[in-house]
Design a binder for this molecule. Structure first.
Ligand SMILES: Cc1cn([C@H]2C[C@H](O)[C@@H](COP(=O)(O)OP(=O)(O)OP(=O)(O)O)O2)c(=O)[nH]c1=O
Length: 191
């Protein structure tokens, strides 16, 4: 029997990507204090955050399947989440300038009798950036709701020299793998 997806996320990108592949869903927003997760390892961090978001909400019946997710940007030993202000946004983008960084997204899928979590990683290379273009980009206000202070799917595209791995993972959900894993939970696209 087909089950119904509950998206435990307020990210507009995750909603758009599920719409793009025609998976019907209902949004239920988790309320999680992300500062409780202390690990400095990006793989562990996204995993623990996705688990917290997923377990913050109740499954209301056996026909529901819940999906939660978390994305961070990582360069060398640093983890970049959403910048809190202009200075943090500048610091993040200037660190990424001219370098290859990694984007980690964890996805947790759970039903009343099963649970599965995976982490996908994508490498992104930025062109060397000028101070003026970084400041101009920050003035568009695009960085503030995005891990690493850029949106590859928006104006941030102008920084990207190459993407190695799943592009959609950078946007916040590795959608083709998600479709495959959801099938195992009896959640399918609808025409
Ligand atoms: C790197 C990058 C991140 N992002 C976004 C994806 C995520 O929405 C956000 C990382 O923050 P998250 O904490 O993963 O997600 P969120 O707070 O937006 O939503 P929720 O916790 O309710 O699921 O950064 C982009 O949109 N484009 C990009 O290029």
């Amino acid at each position: 029997m087909t089950k119904h997806l509950i998206l435990a996320s307020s990210s507009p990108r995750r909603q758009e990507l599920l719409h793009q592949v025609k998976i019907p869903f209902t949004i239920r927003k988790p309320n999680v204090d992300e500062s409780q997760v202390k690990t400095t390892d990006p793989f562990e961090k996204v995993k623990q955050l996705a688990i917290r978001k997923g377990h913050n909400l109740q499954l209301e019946n056996k026909d529901e399947v819940l999906l939660s997710s978390d994305t961070v940007v990582s360069y060398k030993k640093d983890i970049f989440e959403k910048p809190k202000n202009k200075e943090e946004a500048y610091q993040m983008i200037s660190t990424l300038s001219g370098n290859i960084h990694e984007v980690f997204t964890a996805v947790m899928i759970r039903s009343s009798d099963d649970e599965f979590i995976f982490v996908e990683s994508t490498n992104v290379e930025f062109w060397p950036l000028r101070e003026e273009e970084i400041n101009w980009y920050i003035s568009t206000n695009e960085p503030y709701d995005k891990a690493g202070a850029y949106g590859i799917q928006q104006t941030g595209a102008m920084f990207v020299k190459q993407v190695i791995g799943d592009y959609y993972n950078v946007v916040g959900l590795p959608i083709s793998r998600v479709v495959r894993e959801l099938r195992r939970f009896s959640v399918y696209p609808e025409a």
